[in-house]
Design a protein around this ligand. Structure first.
Ligand code: UDP
Ligand code: MG
Length: 329
């Protein structure tokens, strides 16, 4: 069995509180897996600093000085979790055989990595980490999360239930993922589209070890909406069908109105008229919004802006010829 080089990709945004606690846990896990012969000694932990405003990057740099297994790249500004994960995966893909992406807050059980690697050794190119319960979540979070997955699937964006961004992807699958050029990223929906042999690994999810969540309800709704509109055109189709239905009902209504008028029985119905006008106004504005959402996506895609920009790198993450420029007088 050849030992694969693993890169653990970890996005970090304002995580100075939790990083000093979890970084040694990641290193310990890396060493355990090396000892078990699951991975090569040259495996690395790759932190992606997502434009943090606190000391996160300083911590990553000092971790790197203390042990070369810790490496890091820093985005030029905050671009959000999905872009940070993609940056890490894309930077890792030519340096390793396999990657595992995981959050840096210690919520996901690190031991699941061993099961993921065993599945990889059995020939799987993608292994999804799926949380097997939500006991540690508040009832509200559990309810909204469940609604999130249900809505996503109903709207035609296929996602794996209770899987977030804790997953193993082989570099072979990443080479293919790199050919998905979209700038509206929703990795949970994109990765299954890459295909290849895949499986799921179940694990318990804990509470954050320190610091606080960056995903309040508003951001989660935005993520769900982004996910749906970047993966599926079902909402547009639903708009068309509803439009057709309303037109049909309106047509019957008009016929009825004309017939009553001809029979001389029409009554001045201000209330019903007002209701219909309001209803139509509302529906039309809403639907224009849905269509506008897609146009916005097209707008962003046609610009084809870079999906991530790396401003700083630790030693091993530098490309050849990328040494810091010598200071010129
Ligand atoms: N994160 C990031 N950029 C952001 C927001 C979050 O890189 O703009 C990282 C964050 O540091 C963490 C992961 O994404 O490692 C998940 O964030 P968080 O734990 O706050 O979300 P939750 O687990 O509560 O959904
Ligand atoms: Mg978290």
């Amino acid at each position: 069995m050849t030992k694969p080089v693993l890169y653990i990709v970890i996005p970090c945004y304002n995580e100075e509180e939790v990083l000093p606690i979890t970084a040694p846990m990641f290193l310990q896990q890396l060493q355990d897996m090396t000892k078990q012969g699951l991975i090569h000694e040259e495996s690395r932990i790759l932190f992606v600093n997502d434009g943090s405003r606190d000391h996160t990057w300083d911590i990553i740099q000092s971790l790197n000085r203390s042990d070369r297994h810790y490496q890091g790249i820093a985005q030029s500004r905050n671009r959000g979790h999905q872009n940070a994960v993609l940056a890490g995966l894309m930077e890792a893909k030519d340096r390793c055989d396999v990657t595992i992406s995981i959050d840096c807050d210690g919520q996901d059980d690190l031991n699941a990595m061993q099961d993921m690697l065993r599945a990889y050794h059995d020939g799987c190119e993608i292994v999804y980490g799926v949380r097997d319960n939500r006991d540690t979540d508040t009832r509200f979070k559990r309810f909204t999360a469940q609604a999130f997955y249900r809505m996503m699937n109903r709207m035609g964006a296929e996602v794996i239930y209770n899987h977030a961004d804790y997953r193993l992807i082989s570099s072979r699958a990443l080479q293919e993922l790199a050919r998905f050029h979209e700038v509206n990223l929703f990795l949970r929906g994109m990765v299954p589209l890459v295909g290849f042999r895949s499986t799921s690994v179940y694990y318990a999810r804990h509470e954050r070890l320190a610091g606080k969540s960056h995903y309040p309800l508003g951001k989660m709704l935005a993520l769900a909406f982004d996910g749906i509109t970047s993966l599926s055109v079902k909402p547009i189709r639903m708009v068309t069908i509803t439009g057709l239905l309303i037109s049909l009902i309106s047509f019957i209504g008009i016929l009825w109105a004309v017939v009553t008028a001809l029979r001389g029985r029409s009554v001045a119905g201000w209330a019903s008229m007002a209701c219909i006008i309001c209803f139509m106004g509302g529906i039309q504005t809403l639907f224009l919004g849905v269509i506008g959402e897609y146009i916005g996506k097209i707008y962003l895609e046609t610009k084809a802006r870079p999906r991530y920009i790396i401003a700083e790198r630790t030693d091993e993450m530098k490309e050849p010829g990328m040494e810091e420029p010598a200071c010129r007088m």
